[in-house]
Every structure is written in C-alpha cells, then in structure tokens.
Design a binder for this molecule. Structure first.
Ligand SMILES: O=C(O)COP(=O)(O)O
Length: 243
C-alpha cells in the first residue's frame, strides 16, 4: 500500500476566507435589523457550514426563531455571492505545497463544509481549481464534516481507498472526519478551529498523525510517509512540530 491521494480542507487551510464571510455576515445582520458581530466572532463561528454560521450570528441569549434563521440564510447567500473571493488570501506555503504534492504524483481533492455554489467560483478565482480532481462541498452529500462520509466520498471520486489518502485540515471537524473515514490526518495550526487553537487542544493534537506549520511541510511529511511505507516502518515516528 502507498499513499495515492491528499484531500484538503478549504476555509482556514487553503484560504483565509474570514474577511469575505464576515462582510456577508455584517450585511446579513444589518438587513435583518440584528445586532452586529465582529470579524473575530465570525471567525470563531466558521466550521460547520453556512447554516450554522448564520444561526450562530443570530444567537444571543436564546436560539433564534427558525423563520429568522431562514431569512438570514437567504440574505447571507445573496451577500456572500457578492463578497466571496474578494479579499480571500491563500495561506503561505499553499501553492508550493500543492505543487510539491502534485509533483509526487498524488491526486488532490477538496473536502469543505462550504456550499458548492461558493466553493467552485472561489477555487477558480484564487487560481486553485486546476489542482483538484475532486471537490466535495458541504451540500454535496446529506452529511458534512465531522461526519466521515464527505472524506470517504472524495476518496471514491479520486479512485483511492481511505487508507491510501491523507486529509489535511485546520479543525477538529477535519480530524474527526478523516479518522472516521480511515485516513491519515495532518493538521495545520493557522486556521480557525471554531476559536480553539489546534496547538492548545490536546485532543486535536492527539487526533492528528502530524502537525505541520504549512502545506509545504505537509508535502514533505507525505513524501516521508510514503518512504516509510515502502520500507515497512511505522508512520507514528513522523509527527513534526508546528512553528
Ligand atoms: O463552511 C464552513 O463552515 C467551513 O468550511 P471548511 O470545511 O472549508 O473549513
């Protein structure tokens, strides 16, 4: 067995999308006459998909009425269609890392909780779409991460078994989904993780097979793992420390 594919999370792993998400949240809340949220609050609300992001923005002392959440989702969709990709930035090491993974002959995929209508245009706008042979979005299946189904589905689309895939992400949603699917897991420390720094969470650290500082380092780890697999050594020895 060798590692044949790598799936990657989008928000907080490939791209910092919070400024665009926050702009859409600000416009949605203003339109509904609701109190504003800061960009930091929005950052902490990202992770479980659009509907949860909107619901968290609208939750104060009590859960919001379902009708308000539905109106919020409709307004968010309209505003995010305007702001999506406007100021999103790839994290350092993303293009070098993807180039290095592709140069190893690995097939690449995206597994995100972002709805498909926003995922594909964002990847195009950022010059990332050409890297990926499979894109699984938050509404591709009925299940989202941390359910393992989207990661498994991406493996199927890439023609690999889960144990031949490495999933790279910034949050426990990724680590739980990848582990549940039976993939190796690499964590990056610079993303969102719903407000809990990955490196400050022993559970998250323990659930990654390796924690790296960026995707370029992730590519080096995957290459080393494939070397270890070829010689029959244990992969556990390869966890590296983030800067
Ligand atoms: O849409 C979200 O909530 C997060 O998306 P992600 O899975 O790419 O981090």
């Amino acid at each position: 067995m060798a590692l044949l594919s790598v799936t990657l999370d989008l928000d907080g792993t490939l791209l910092d999308t919070v400024p665009d998400l926050a702009a859409a949240c600000h416009a949605m809340l203003a339109e509904l006459g609701q109190p504003p949220r800061s960009d930091d609050e929005v950052r902490n609300f990202v992770g479980k998909g659009m509907a949860v992001l909107v619901e968290r923005c609208l939750t104060w002392e009590a859960p919001p009425a379902p009708g308000l959440v539905q109106a919020g989702i409709a307004a968010f969709r309209r505003h995010y269609a305007e702001t999506n990709g406007r100021t999103a930035q790839p994290y350092p090491g993303v293009f070098a890392g993807l180039d290095a993974l592709a140069a190893q002959g690995l097939k690449l995929g995206v597994v995100t909780n972002k709805p498909e209508a926003f995922t594909l245009p964002l990847l195009e706008r950022q010059g990332l779409a050409g890297y990926f042979a499979a894109v699984v979005s938050g509404d591709t299946l009925a299940q989202k991460k941390p359910d393992p189904a989207p990661v498994r589905h991406a493996c199927e689309l890439l023609g690999c078994r889960p144990e031949e895939n490495v999933h790279v992400g910034d949050s426990s949603n990724d680590f739980i989904a990848a582990r549940g699917a039976g993939c190796l897991t690499i964590g990056v420390p610079y993303g969102y993780n719903e407000g809990r720094p990955v490196t400050a969470s022993p559970v998250d650290v323990a659930s990654c097979h390796a924690l790296v500082s960026d995707l370029h380092e992730a590519a080096r780890v995957v290459a080393a793992w494939n070397g270890e697999i070829r010689t029959g050594a244990s992969i556990v020895s390869l966890a590296s420390s983030p800067s």
